[in-house]
Design a protein around this ligand. Structure first.
Ligand code: KIV
Ligand code: ZN
Length: 516
């Protein structure tokens, strides 16, 4: 694949399932990855980077299963410059209709000297060998120069030229540590176009991290300078401050087409659905003021703004909420709403849940409607998100009864269903949350440490649902669990149990300490 600067179509390469998943606590199981891959396909992304097959059996299986189940986008697997990595990636991608091997090696002086402990000449040879090997196994090969933005310009030009000569069809320039400034990064891309003689034989891609909050700005500057592929993630998920956010890049190209006349083939009406699914599965809550997908991104509360909006939406709104799939609610839900209306409401909110999850969510909706005067869309979103993350859980919440107040001891009576075996216990603790978590530990002994306990109210009022996040750490592994309920302690127990289930999945994966 090659692309000249005159072709204004930008390829969207989504790496939520690879770089996004590398974010501590964001790990996903196979079922969850498949669900996200399907939504990315519906969204219209061109390429899905589905994992790093050599990293673990779980990653290998995810790439393999996504290759079977998802047919429209190209499926990509990551590989270091090693022979085993490249062969393992090719093996995982075998069932894919359209596949890509993405191989990388660091090229900056700092990374070559301290991380790789290799001389530049050795790295140069490894580029040629790895790309040649990958190209013998797959027609579509992407090569990345890790820490590209801090690489010596002469060495960068030389390695890019050699990678293309060895058969790379896409050259990716990562700003691995999120250090670049837009003008500088654009100049780097322009330099490649000016100095690399065979540059027209490959697509130039960029991959920006957000350490200085500039990932999207750097990606857009690079497109303006000739890059025709951007690597990004839903909600900007990714290590440290994350990767460039797909939704921000795509909506900027769409909204400011006058200034940035480039097109992506994304069906933007599916953005909200993708954002919610990724947030629900990973437990990474989207900040309310996040561009495009934050809960407040289209909320106009100030009186002066509302007045303007009533006269003409364009006064304060540069994008229509419908363009990202946010539809003004037409269905009011209450305790008399039936299954049919509930399903229609879920459709309106952009959810596409399986029959079992729908039944469970409907049962919980009925319970909620008995307890709560008004049911808001946010309540239903919290409830469905809560069900979505629980499919295939080995440990399930049963009942919980807590005694708390000024007169101790605080106690929790809890039952859990563990692999189909229902067990109950009673525990004391220093407060009701401590007692509840102690009861969970009695029923399912483990050494994981509680690293975060966070509660937030889904809506206003004392009858609001609580949404709880619990982070557990065990042997360097971090997982986030989520739970929602009108009873904060039930939500806390659900979140803890959810985190434990994720830890079990993590234990099953033989994660090797690979850095990328
Ligand atoms: O940030 C980075 O450099 C990467 C590469 C593997 C593309 O993720
Ligand atoms: Zn990265």
């Amino acid at each position: 694949m090659s692309k000249s600067k005159d072709d204004h179509r930008v390829i969207i390469f989504d790496t939520t399932l690879r770089d996004g998943e590398q974010s501590p606590g964001a790990s996903m199981n196979l079922e969850e990855k498949l669900r996200i891959a399907k939504v990315l396909e519906e969204l219209g992304v061109d390429i899905i980077e589905a994992g790093f097959p050599i990293a673990s059996n779980g990653d290998f299986e995810a790439v393999q299963e996504i290759s079977k189940a998802v047919t429209t986008p190209i499926i990509c697997g990551l590989a270091r410059a090693h022979r085993q990595d490249i062969e393992r990636a090719a093996e995982a991608l075998e069932p894919a209709k359209r596949k890509r091997i993405h191989t990388f090696i660091a090229t900056s002086p700092l990374h070559m000297k301290y991380k790789l402990q290799m001389e530049p000449e050795e790295v140069h040879q490894a580029v040629i060998d790895s790309v040649t090997r990958a190209r013998n196994l797959c027609d579509d090969v992407e090569w990345s120069c890790e820490d590209g933005s801090r690489t010596e310009p002469d060495f960068l030009c030389r390695t890019v030229e050699s990678a293309i000569a060895a058969g790379a069809t896409t050259i990716n320039i990562p700003d691995t540590v999120g250090y670049a400034i837009p003008e500088e990064f654009a100049a780097l891309i322009s330099m490649l176009f000016d100095r690399v003689p065979n540059i027209d034989k490959a697509v130039i891609s960029v991959h920006c991290h957000n350490d200085l909050g500039l990932a999207v700005a750097n990606s857009l500057a690079a497109i303006h300078a000739g890059a025709r592929q951007v690597e990004c993630t839903i909600n900007g998920l990714g290590e440290r401050a994350g990767n460039a956010a797909l939704e921000e890049i795509v909506m900027t190209l769409r909204t400011r087409h006058d200034f940035l006349p480039y097109d992506a083939a994304i069906k933007t009406e599916n953005i909200t659905k993708a954002s919610r699914l990724v947030s629900a599965i990973t437990g990474f809550v989207v900040q309310p003021n996040k561009a495009i997908v934050g809960a407040n991104a289209f909320a106009h509360e100030a009186g002066i703004h509302q007045h303007g909006m009533m006269k003409h939406a364009g006064t304060y709104e540069i994008m229509r909420p419908e363009s990202i799939g946010l539809i003004k609610s037409t269905l009011v839900m209450g305790k008399h709403s039936g299954r049919h209306a509930f399903r229609a409401k879920l459709g309106e909110l952009g959810f596409d849940v399986g029959d079992n999850a729908l039944e469970d969510a409907f049962r919980r909706f009925k319970d909620l409607a008995d307890k709560k005067k008004e049911i808001f869309d946010e309540d239903i979103i919290a409830l469905v998100d809560d069900e979505v993350v629980r499919v295939n859980d080995r440990i399930r919440m049963g009942s919980l009864k807590v005694v708390c107040g000024t007169e101790g001891p605080q106690t929790a009576e809890l039952s859990l269903d563990i692999d189909g075996d229902v067990r109950s216990t009673k525990a004391e603790g220093d407060g009701p949350v401590d007692a509840t978590f102690a009861a969970i530990r009695q029923l399912f002994p483990h050494e994981a440490k509680l690293a975060l306990f966070q509660v937030h109210a889904v809506t206003e009022g004392t009858d609001a649902q609580a949404e709880v996040t619990v982070r557990l750490e065990e042997n360097g592994r971090t997982v986030n669990g989520q739970g929602a309920d009108t009873d904060t302690l039930v939500a806390a127990a659900r979140a803890y149990v959810n985190a434990l289930n994720k830890l079990l999945t993590q234990r099953e994966k033989s994660v090797s300490a690979l850095s990328a």
